[in-house]
Design a protein around this ligand. Structure first.
Ligand SMILES: [Zn+2]
Ligand SMILES: [Zn+2]
Length: 456
């Protein structure tokens, strides 16, 4: 990049193309701050310069900025967003769960009358599904006249994500009826759906026949899904058998699926077997497995092993990625991180959260600290789970929306057991419907219950 910059600086005549190609270089290397500086200096910007910025922000996970740049782009009447830009911003909305903005972009697409390409429809389905509106996703899907593998896959994955395994299967069979060939991702989506809905027979038959019927050899990801399916449904022995006989070496993801199944079904014996298998993996292959291991030890109350794992993790700097939640209020996305100090209203939010927790304790909710994976005393542990990002987001949501309004939150990690039971209690005490999307699925909390039936 330094060389490119030197050449650029020495140019006697710079046009919008040379500016934009340097911009593209920065964006490609994820140096978005440098790209911003350059963008501000540009005398003229064209469609491509805007597109480079927006896709650059998307590529490095700076979703709110991708949306801000898109809004600024619309204010510049010399440029028009093309299909690629629209796909990028829809994807940013999907990541953030920003439904209001996603809706608005959909209206905009209809208004400017851009041809409804397969890429746009697929991005719309994905956006609606990830923003919790599977009904809108279905409407877009049903409106497509010629559905292809991308739109089918997006719809199937969306349904699975919402725990609607039977519907995912139905769309999958519809796809086969319309003679559209599935790809690897489609199969992963269906298997996921089977897993979240306990459809063991259907999932088994898809895995067994995928190679002969559709020419797709099962990869380790497919086995991972299948083992997850068996494990969740309680077929732990059968799952272990599959792990031992599958054609490739099990990796940490596979062991992790089995380990979390043994945790759900309280099978300590299997848990310990798996731990010894994980111990035989090269430590470089652990890849985040330490977090899970230390959580398992914590749930077994074996604090000395937990401390060991923690120390190992700190030594190897494999800190678990920090929890982060997003909530959209009146079209603005607010970001919360665990134990956040950054939000301008953080003091009020914390006070609100304390008030909420007090009200919850009156109906018998108490903090579940089983998953706090380090050796703290009880009170410290309670504090650590109390400031999880989704709790801050929900407190902010209750503060800043009208009573009775649905609250939607997106979380980058799996929701912990304590937050899950707190959210159930909040939906009851405050009479709110709360939709949370975490890394593995959607949870809809209504009147003290969750749509996942405590299985996630
Ligand atoms: Zn939590
Ligand atoms: Zn749930």
């Amino acid at each position: 990049m330094e060389d490119a910059r030197k050449v650029f600086n020495q140019m006697s005549e710079r046009d919008v193309f040379s500016w934009t190609s340097l911009l593209g270089g920065y964006a490609k290397h994820g140096e978005m701050d440098r790209a911003c500086e350059l963008f501000d200096m540009m005398p003229v910007r064209n469609d491509v310069s805007w597109a480079v910025m927006i896709s650059g922000f998307l590529g490095c996970g700076r979703y709110p900025e991708a949306l801000t740049f898109f809004c600024n782009m619309l204010c510049d009447d010399r440029v028009n967003p093309n299909e690629a830009v629209l796909v990028c911003v829809l994807s940013a909305c999907a990541h953030l769960g920003a439904l209001d903005q996603g809706n608005w972009i959909h209206l905009y697409i209809d208004k400017i009358g851009i041809r409804q390409s397969s890429n746009i429809s697929t991005a719309l389905i994905d956006m609606y599904a990830k923003c919790g509106r599977i009904d809108c996703a279905s409407r877009v899907f049903n409106g497509i006249c010629k559905r292809d593998v991308l739109s089918f896959t997006s719809m199937i994955s969306g349904l699975s994500y919402h725990g609607l395994g039977k519907d995912a299967l139905r769309v999958f069979y519809q796809m086969l009826d319309e003679n559209v060939m599935p790809n690897e991702i489609t199969i992963l989506g269906v298997l996921n759906g089977c897993s979240h809905s306990g459809l063991v027979e259907e999932g088994s038959s898809i895995l067994a026949n995928m190679e002969s019927l559709w020419g797709i050899a099962p990869k380790i990801e497919h086995y991972g899904c299948y083992i997850d399916l068996l494990g969740r449904a309680g077929y732990l022995e059968r799952a272990l058998e599959v792990v031992k006989t599958m054609p490739m070496e099990p990796d940490i993801v596979i062991w992790r699926a089995l380990l979390s199944a043994s945790r759900i079904h309280h099978n300590v014996n299997l848990g310990e077997q798996i731990i010894s298998h994980i111990g035989q993996l090269k430590s470089s292959d652990h890849n985040g497995g330490e977090v899970l291991l230390s959580n398992l030890y914590a749930s077994l109350g074996r604090w000395e092993r937990v401390t060991e794992m923690r120390k190992l993790m700190v030594d190897r700097r494999s800190e678990s990625s920090p929890g982060c939640s997003w909530i959209e209020v009146n079209g603005l996305v607010h970001e919360f991180r665990v134990a956040d100090q950054l939000h301008p209203q953080i003091v009020e939010i914390r006070n609100k959260l304390n008030e909420i927790l007090k009200r919850l304790s009156q109906i018998g909710y108490s903090a579940n600290t089983m998953q706090v994976s380090f050796d703290l005393n009880e009170e410290e542990k309670e504090q650590a789970v109390a400031w999880h990002s989704e709790k801050l987001a929900i407190a902010f949501g209750l503060m800043s929306t009208e009573p009775g309004t649905l609250i939607r939150i997106v979380k980058n990690l799996r929701t912990c057991e304590d937050c899950h039971s707190a959210l159930k209690a909040i939906s009851q005490v405050y009479g709110r419907e709360i939709v949370v999307r975490d890394r593995s699925r959607f949870h809809t909390f209504i009147e003290g219950d969750c749509s996942c039936k405590d299985f996630w």
